[in-house]
Design a protein around this ligand. Structure first.
Ligand code: IMP
Length: 427
């Protein structure tokens, strides 16, 4: 198969960056198709840690071409900063193509994100504060600014003159906040406009040509299925479509060009931000997993909420994405526990629930029904073949396959590229 999509099958932070980087060794293109710099993808190469927010995780590979697709919202200043940081770490001028149809995040979107979160009070979503939601709202509301218009000074001015009055009205009248002038925005973004201009093109066309030539393409999802605006725990979601089908829309390719779907999971579950989380562990076991897994946000530094693996949620993810295989990440974090649990169903009163509910009030009442697995105490970070894992760790993986209903193709036992057990060739 010449192409593959990497999707988060939980609430994000599953380790998609590492898997994408690993697969990029055999790929020609890596494409981001949604989200923005709310994402935080950590890639460790040769002992150096790269924290990427907007750039596709293939960017550290010299021969890989990187695409930021039309479905992404781009903060131009963050993108420049990230390119500069990458250069400092020794990656010179990566081949980067930015969709002319992608929308930009401007300073007023960040301010709006902050004001809206404050106004929500106790019902806050816990956004990353990067202006993601407001930028997508403007896109759907036809008040957005696309890269093609952003990089042309005259067109950028014209678009701002059209959309800024309504935005200023909202900021001043609804929130009593500051307003913006066209001139100050033009000045703030002049450098970004000039530097990004040469990278902006029709990336759908480029990808189509590449796929016709039989080149290998990895579509890299950000966030995760349970943060998807349609299939996640709405309203505690992000404003885009991380699911596999989002890759077709967000990269401008037909759905039949996506190839196979690889779902990424942690060996346990984490979540940042608000909303119900049935298997959450608010106890010493949860704290221990958080510390062992260094479960603090790449983008915001917030401690992540931690819980056991939830197979009910995973079956939902498998269905809405069409997941063919899964990659189980951070298995090493579970070393040292006497017992590991996996949620196989929910219970509310006398009722057993086997499919993931849309009703968040019901979800908040769900008590997990657990299957217990024996733990292991060995250090597994040096294992390179499945058979080298302790029997209990192997049983845990095959148990997940049985409960989720799809094969585990990759198992990760540490942050490095070489700490990846391959059970099935994917690309
Ligand atoms: P937003 O995407 O900044 O609007 O945030 C909406 C929700 O998605 C919040 O709960 C965030 O914590 C969550 N979120 C956004 N991006 C990520 C991510 O990359 N990993 C995990 N959670 C995320």
């Amino acid at each position: 198969m010449a192409s593959l999509v990497v999707v988060g099958a939980q609430w994000g932070d599953e380790g998609k960056g590492k898997v994408t980087d690993f697969l990029a060794q055999a790929a020609d293109w890596v494409v981001r198709y949604q989200g923005g710099n709310n994402a935080g993808h950590t890639v460790v190469v040769g002992g150096k840690t790269f924290k990427l927010h907007l750039l596709p995780s293939g960017v550290v590979h010299e021969r890989v071409k990187s695409v930021i697709g039309n479905g992404v919202v781009i903060d131009p200043l963050v993108l420049l900063e990230e390119l500069d940081r990458l250069r400092d770490l020794g990656v010179q001028d990566p081949e980067l193509f930015i969709s002319d149809r992608a929308h930009v995040i401007l300073s007023y979107h960040r301010l709006q994100d902050e004001l809206e979160e404050k106004a929500r009070g106790d019902a806050k979503i816990g956004t990353t504060g990067r202006g993601i939601g407001p930028a997508y709202v403007d896109k759907i509301g036809r008040a957005g600014i696309r890269m093609i218009d952003f990089v042309d000074p005259e067109r950028f001015r014209k678009r701002l003159e059209t959309v800024l009055p309504a935005k200023n009205n909202l900021l001043a009248k609804l929130y009593g906040a500051r307003t913006f002038t066209v001139e100050e925005i033009l000045a703030e973004y002049a450098e970004a406009q000039a530097r990004l201009r040469p990278m902006v093109c029709d990336t759908s066309y480029l990808l189509d040509e590449a796929l016709k030539r039989g080149e290998r393409v990895v579509f890299e999802g950000a966030q995760g299925t349970l943060l998807d605006v349609d299939h996640g725990t709405y309203p505690y979601v992000t404003s885009s479509s991380p699911v596999a089908a989002g890759a077709a829309v967000g990269a401008g390719v037909g759905p039949q060009r996506i190839g196979t779907v690889l779902g990424i999971v942690k060996a346990y579950t984490t979540r940042v931000g608000s909303g119900p989380f049935p298997t959450e562990l608010k106890n010493a076991t949860g704290d221990r997993i958080r510390e062992r897994g260094r479960e603090y946000g790449t983008t915001t530094g917030r401690p992540r909420r931690v819980g056991w693996f939830d197979a009910v949620m995973l079956r939902h993810s498998v269905r809405v994405n069409g997941i063919d295989n899964i990659a189980v990440m951070l298995l090493d974090v579970l070393s040292g526990f006497d017992e590991i649990q996996v949620c196989v169903a929910y219970r509310v009163g006398d009722e057993t629930i086997r499919s993931f509910p849309a009703d968040l009030e019901l979800l908040a009442q769900c008590e997990p029904v657990y299957e217990r697995f024996a733990g292991w105490h060995e250090d597994i970070t040096g294992c390179t073949r499945f058979e080298e894992l302790p029997q209990a760790a192997q049983d845990y993986i095959t148990g997940l396959e049985r409960l989720v209903g799809v094969p585990v193709a990759l198992v990760s036992v540490g942050p490095g590229r070489e700490q990846t057990i391959v059970r099935k060739q994917l690309l």
